[in-house]
Design a protein around this ligand. Structure first.
Ligand code: ADP
Length: 368
């Protein structure tokens, strides 16, 4: 293992889906390392830049004026070549050529799989969770999550204004990949009447009946937040609410029962926008910690947030935990863990699921 005193130069990259706050993390990494006499190279376009030898030096001035910017000024790319041994070896050769002693990779679970591959081939590597989706099970928080939710809320509030004027319903699809974190939190914070998340079954009939009941009670406008994990559900639900309530209003001769419903997909708008204070602060703290770990000779780790504190965990452990949470474990993946370690993982997951269920229960009680 390369010890702290051997570090002269490190590389940093952003990879996978971009997230507001990635730039703040890169800035913190560059400034922390530079302050400790370590040169920092910014690898352009994620692992692609590592393979094709595209990098820029990140001295303190190069990261000026970046903390408030969204996207990633190092750019991001989805690089399939890096998944092959040949691509990986080219990337390692580039690192050797530049005498880069360690790498900090900012991104999601795919990025961390790439980081693991570098670690096992002898390159000290630390992962920093950057994803709007908050879908790294080992961490309570991923950089970009707060900004994305804030953007959803701003847009949904606008939709609510016009919904209220016209006594309509708006079904809004939000990003989050397989995780319902953005959906549930923004549903709570926007005062939605229903939400559709991957973590819980959705009862369409009950949802429509609730809208009808609330309309009979005099509620004018309705919001429903749907996770992008259900790519056709939102649009179909809007059509169904429109059709069912239209039929009912005709049957009862009461046009107030008709709830005209529109569908809106916020899509990538949610990925942009200046990072919130929460994202800038967390990105900064995580970036500083990543450099400290690397310089202390630690590798194969990701930086996480647990109960408000910055911490670290083994990258392989975090990947197994992720798969356990999502139910995608493959045979042999847990072999190296003791029964006690596995029990701890299960406890961790049970606590996370319980937290989610409590949020969902709270939402349903309030959404009336
Ligand atoms: P995210 O990091 O947001 O989950 P991706 O899943 O697209 O995004 O992963 C980002 C990049 O990480 C990929 O384009 C690829 O270069 C690298 N990567 C993903 N999976 C692996 C893997 N199994 N082995 C090596 N590299 C990987």
């Amino acid at each position: 293992m390369i010890m702290a005193q051997n570090f002269r130069k490190i590389g940093v990259l952003t990879s996978g889906g971009d997230a507001p706050g990635m730039n703040a993390a890169v800035r913190a990494i560059a400034r922390t390392a530079n302050a400790r006499g370590i040169q920092v190279m910014g690898i352009i376009g994620g692992y692609r830049g590592m393979i094709h030898d595209e990098m820029i030096e990140l001295d303190n001035r190069a990261v000026s004026g970046k903390i408030q910017l969204s996207g990633t000024f190092l750019y991001s790319d989805r690089c399939l070549e890096f998944k092959e041994e040949e691509g990986m070896q080219k990337a390692i050769a580039t690192l050797k050529k530049h005498e880069i002693d360690g790498v900090i990779a900012i991104g999601g679970d795919g990025t961390f799989r790439g980081a693991t591959d570098l670690s096992v081939r002898g390159v000290p590597t630390i992962g920093v969770p950057g994803s709007i989706d908050n879908d790294i099970t080992a961490s309570d928080y991923t950089i970009g999550f707060d900004t994305a939710m804030t953007t959803v809320i701003e847009n949904v509030d606008r939709l609510r204004d016009t919904c209220e004027s016209h006594a309509r319903c708006n079904v809004v699809e939000v990003m989050g990949r397989g995780a319902g974190d953005i959906t549930i939190n923004t549903a709570i914070a926007s005062g939605a009447v229903a939400c559709v998340i991957p973590e819980a079954p959705f009862d369409e009939e009950a949802c429509i009946n609730k809208i009808i009941r609330l309309r009979r009670e005099g509620k004018r406008s309705f919001l429903i937040i749907v996770s992008e994990a259900f790519p056709t559900l939102g649009e179909e639900l809007a059509k169904k609410i429109t059709a069912v309530t239209k039929e009912l209003s005709e049957k009862e001769g009461n046009d107030r029962l008709w709830v005209e419903s529109k569908f809106c997909r916020l899509a990538h708008t949610v990925r942009g926008g200046s990072p919130t204070l929460r994202d800038r602060l967390t990105a900064t703290k995580m970036g500083v910690r990543a450099v400290e770990e690397l310089l202390a000779g630690n590798t194969n780790l990701i930086v996480v947030e647990r109960q408000g504190e910055i911490a670290t965990c083994d990258i392989g452990w975090s990947q197994v935990l992720d798969r356990m949470y999502k139910g995608t474990l493959k045979p042999g993946m847990t072999d190296k863990y003791t029964a006690e370690e596995l029990a701890d993982m299960e406890k961790f997951i049970a606590a996370k699921k319980a937290e989610f269920e409590a949020a969902y229960a709270m939402f349903n009680e309030l959404a009336n």
